[in-house]
Structure formats: structure tokens, C-alpha cells
Design a protein around this ligand. Structure first.
Ligand code: GLN
Length: 232
């Protein structure tokens, strides 16, 4: 079982290291044919406009769409989240190709001008605590996007309460309808997982493990399930 990491630009190397630590074969993907036979794909953080342009140049968009519509799991982190969204708003959002599939509207640079990069501890969703570890996880945001609208089939896994009283908070709040509202920073919809933060830059491997659990037959989860059934 091999998992691909889209390696056009951005933090693909860190994802490869994280997958290898979990004993998974990780493959850099730059060409459409490299998607063949992969169990799943990670689209890393980076710069979504550049990534989309390169994906178009390398004729990857139709192959990626086919990969997703075939039900193969894809996890987008940060720029990868933007790429997976059905709609992107915010600075320079016009005209960039999106893979789509995630019934969400994402603001490309939601935290951009005020807080280019920050780290915070967020409550871990049940899907993560089931894998062990603490009740929270470290979320690293780098010029991060946020999901400002999500459809009914989207499972919200993590949300971030907007800072209030800090400089720039009022303009952040303007982007949401109510004061104190949380913005969504991690979701799952069917075979798609998306996080606005970068788990590959932390030592917590649970987000990668969660993604591995989504892999189709032959993936780690099925092997584990099969073993459990055998012993029942
Ligand atoms: N906001 C960036 C973009 O528009 C994404 C930043 C990131 O991936 N770290 O592409």
C-alpha cells in the first residue's frame, strides 16, 4: 500500500517523513500516471495559486478529479484544503483552478494579514482521541485559510474561536456573522479530509493515522479489522 503526496511545491517532504514514521510507503506525485495504484493522496500546504498553476501545467487536474471521484481518500492541508474546496474567496482567489469536491467555501487568507503564523492548542475531535493521546492537539497555522461556510454533509472536526480584543480581531470578526463565532479549521466529507493547519509540522501523528484509517481495502485499517475478525 502506497500513499501519494502531491509534490509540486510546499511542505510535501514533511508529509513524506510523517508517513514513513508510521511505516507507510510514501510516493512523490508530479505526473498523472504516478497516481495509478495509490491508496490515497495528501495535498500539502504551500501556495494554492502556484500549486493550481503547476497542476494545470502538469495536466494533473483531470487525473486528480478522477482519483477523488473514484472514492480514493484525499487529505488537503492548508493550500491543499483550498484546492479541495468547491469555492474559494479572499485575496487573489479569482481564476485559480480548484479540484473541488468539498462542499465548503474557504477564505484563502483568513488569518493572513493579522496573524501570518501562529500555533494554538485545540480540542481534539473524537476521531483523534480514539487513536489515543491527549484531549487536545497542537495546530500550526501558516498564512492559513479557514472554512467560512460548510454544507450539510460536511463533518466539522475542529473549529477555532476567533481572537477578540487583540489587534486585528475586529476585521477578523467582520468576516463572520456573529462576534465570538468559531471558524472551521478541519473537516471530513466522505473520502475527503481537510485541515487548515499543518499536522506534518508537529510530532503528533494522529492526523496522519486518521487519514490512513480512511484508506480503501488493503489499507492499514482493513488489515487490522481482518486480524480482529480472525481472532473473534
Ligand atoms: N493561504 C495560502 C494560500 O492561499 C496557503 C498557506 C499555506 O498552505 N500554508 O495558498
Amino acid at each position: 500500500m502506497a500513499v501519494g503526496v502531491l509534490a509540486l511545491q510546499g511542505s510535501f517532504k514533511e508529509h513524506i517523513v510523517a508517513l514513513k514514521k508510521l511505516g507507510v510507503e510514501a510516493v512523490e506525485v508530479r505526473k498523472p500516471e504516478q497516481l495509478i495504484g495509490l491508496a490515497g493522496l495528501i495535498i500539502p500546504g504551500g501556495e494554492s495559486t502556484t500549486m493550481a498553476k503547476l497542476a494545470e501545467e502538469y495536466s494533473l487536474i483531470p487525473a486528480l478529479k478522477e482519483f477523488a471521484s473514484g472514492g480514493k481518500p484525499i487529505w488537503g492541508t492548508c493550500a491543499g484544503l483550498i484546492f479541495l474546496a468547491d469555492k474559494a474567496v479572499g485575496q487573489k482567489s479569482g481564476g485559480q483552478a480548484l479540484l473541488g469536491g468539498l462542499d465548503c467555501t474557504v477564505h484563502r487568507n483568513f488569518f493572513g494579514s493579522q496573524l501570518n503564523s501562529f500555533e494554538t492548542e485545540l480540542p481534539a475531535p473524537a476521531a483523534l482521541t480514539e487513536l489515543g493521546g491527549t484531549e487536545s492537539f497542537r495546530a500550526v497555522f501558516i498564512r492559513a485559510p479557514a472554512i467560512v461556510d460548510a454544507g450539510p454533509d460536511v463533518d466539522v472536526l475542529a473549529a477555532l474561536e476567533l481572537p477578540s480584543g487583540e489587534s486585528g480581531a475586529s476585521s477578523l470578526e467582520k468576516k463572520t456573522e456573529e462576534k465570538g463565532k468559531k471558524v472551521i479549521v478541519a473537516v471530513r466529507q466522505g473520502n475527503l479530509l481537510a485541515t487548515a493547519f499543518h499536522p506534518e509540522l508537529t510530532s503528533d501523528s494522529r492526523w496522519h493515522s486518521l487519514f490512513l484509517k480512511m484508506l480503501p481495502k488493503g489499507g492499514k485499517a482493513e488489515v487490522q479489522q481482518a486480524k480482529e475478525q480472525e481472532t473473534e
